[in-house]
Design a protein around this ligand. Structure first.
Ligand code: 13P
Ligand code: ZN
Length: 254
């Protein structure tokens, strides 16, 4: 077995590159994590550094005890994940108590998992529970139209959901449960992680006001597709809103 044969790493890095091409990942913006299947964790074991030290988490995730994750590194560029997964990604294992992790593979030139690790793990814990283990992907990026809307729409999930549902008939089919919205909070904070994971009990996509979008899914395609749909509907709404004057009348062509 070679690293190149591990399909989940290939799928992960391919999605990262496609998302980069969409313009959602300026510099190191965004992060992603994948909860590995048992067989994938076993098949990848030839890569593992079994002496890797345990590091304490600032949160406790007992629902993820002994789970393995493929996670983006903090400060790493999505653009580079496909050509250099060892440098930009890592496989980490959660301890038996769910209060520590260790890096078994990756980040070969040093570094840490994403600064949003708390959000990712808290969301995984919720989604694993409410979907009976089906959901495995957590994905966050900085899509410009969702962010722009979060400056002009009220921080209200009913309004966000209704407005985006109206933009394309695809929307109520793709996110029938609607969208969660959390107010602006410090990036990388546990507070942001906790607020998002509360929303993940009911929603698959959560708007991070003035920051971006966080989605969950059972496959890479589903997570990417949901993210794409929300951002595309947001771009239509931005266009429609910019065709109106301040008094609500429509701009007329000469
Ligand atoms: P990381 O590079 O630490 O993942 O941070 C990027 C980001 O988007 C923070 O919200
Ligand atoms: Zn971010």
């Amino acid at each position: 077995m070679k690293k190149e044969d591990l399909k989940f790493i290939k799928d992960f890095a391919e999605m990262a590159y496609e998302a980069y091409l969409m313009g959602w990942h300026e510099r190191n913006g965004g992060n992603m994590s994948y909860r590995m299947e048992e067989s994938e964790a076993e098949n990848a074991s030839f890569l593992y550094d079994e002496n890797a030290p345990w590091q304490k988490l600032d949160i406790s995730v007992p629902g993820l005890a002994n789970e393995y994750f493929l996670v983006t590194g903090s400060g790493k560029y999505f653009k580079n994940m496909i050509k250099d997964p060892e440098d930009t990604l890592c496989i980490l294992q959660i301890s038996e108590k769910g209060d520590s992790f260790r890096i078994l593979w990756g980040l070969c030139n040093g570094g840490r998992p994403t600064s949003e690790l708390a959000s990712h793990l808290l969301n995984h814990e919720v989604k694993k529970r409410v979907t009976n283990g089906r959901y495995r992907i957590m994905y966050h990026a900085h899509p410009e139209n969702v962010i722009a809307l979060s400056f002009v729409l009220p921080c209200d999930e009913k309004v966000f959901t209704q407005k985006l549902w109206e933009m394309m008939p695809e929307c109520p089919l793709t996110f029938p449960e609607g969208l969660g919205v959390v107010p602006f909070m410090e990036a990388g904070s546990i507070e942001l992680g906790r607020a998002t994971s509360e929303k993940m009990k009911d929603y698959n996509a959560v708007v991070w006001t003035h920051h971006g979008l966080f989605v969950s899914g059972d496959t890479f395609d589903e997570a990417f597709g949901l993210f794409h749909t929300v951002e595309k509907a947001s771009s239509i709404l931005v266009k429609v809103m910019s065709m109106y004057h301040g008094d609500g009348s429509l701009l007329q062509l000469m």
